[in-house]
Design a protein around this ligand. Structure first.
Ligand code: NAP
Length: 190
């Protein structure tokens, strides 16, 4: 099994959202996320799932983490409810951990069987959208773990005020085919 965390955080404060929204709109960052995750399986928290247009993302399977076993999905063919994160300790497959903050934190700080082998760390250096109302949501505990337990294996990719790097967990077995797919997906528009 390979788990990959993919996020875009704000430089300095590690904010990834204000209320339910991402406080920037960088289309190249959305496109990069789409290329990395298309035809693959995402893991998303219920709040993030609800923020997807029509609660779906085309050409992807989505595993929705919620404590509500009766949660109603928008697509029962391609989406699945998971109520116990421990499912991912032994599940077979390639899983793209796609937020939000509670999900990134649960995986990054959940011990070696939950920690992703790979992180695609994108960092936005521009200004936050000042019009959004709500609480800022940050992933500082995840960045602390990343800085301690992961090493950068890619070059720095700079595009539209976003710096992207790929990190792998020190000592982890990393599937080279997955890594190649991720690097090629990033470089497609670099
Ligand atoms: N910039 C980025 O890269 C990025 C990416 C994704 C999201 N975001 C942002 O992140 C923010 C949302 O983050 P969030 O932390 O508020 O919400 P979230 O992580 O998307 O979802 C939280 C929900 O997930 C479920 N959940 C959490 N931990 C669980 C566990 N261990 N087992 C089972 N279910 C679990 C619970 O659902 P129930 O209440 O239904 O039980 C919980 O209410 C938004 O601002 C969004 O825009 C940013």
């Amino acid at each position: 099994m390979t788990k990959i965390a993919v996020w875009c955080r704000h430089q300095g404060d590690n904010i990834i959202g204000i209320g339910p929204n991402i406080p920037w709109r960088i289309s190249s960052d959305f496109r990069r996320f789409r290329r990395i995750t298309e035809e693959r399986t995402l893991i998303a928290g219920q709040t993030t799932y609800e923020s997807f247009p029509n609660r779906t993302l085309p050409n992807r399977k989505i595993m929705v983490l919620t404590f509500d076993a009766d949660y109603q999905l928008s697509d029962t063919t391609n989406h699945q409810v998971i109520t116990d994160i421990r499912y991912f300790k032994d599940a077979e497959g390639e899983f793209y951990i796609s937020g939000g903050a509670s999900i990134y934190k649960a995986f990054l700080t959940g011990g070696s069987k939950l920690q992703p082998e790979i992180i695609v760390d994108s960092m936005y250096r521009g200004a936050l959208n000042p019009d959004l109302k709500g609480q800022p949501v940050d992933i500082t505990p995840c960045i602390d773990v990343m800085n301690k337990d992961y090493r950068q294996i890619s070059k720095d990719y700079e595009l539209d005020d976003v710096l992207t790097t790929v990190r792998v967990r020190k000592g982890a077995f990393v599937d080279q085919a997955v890594l190649k797919h991720i690097i090629e997906s990033i470089e497609a528009e670099d």
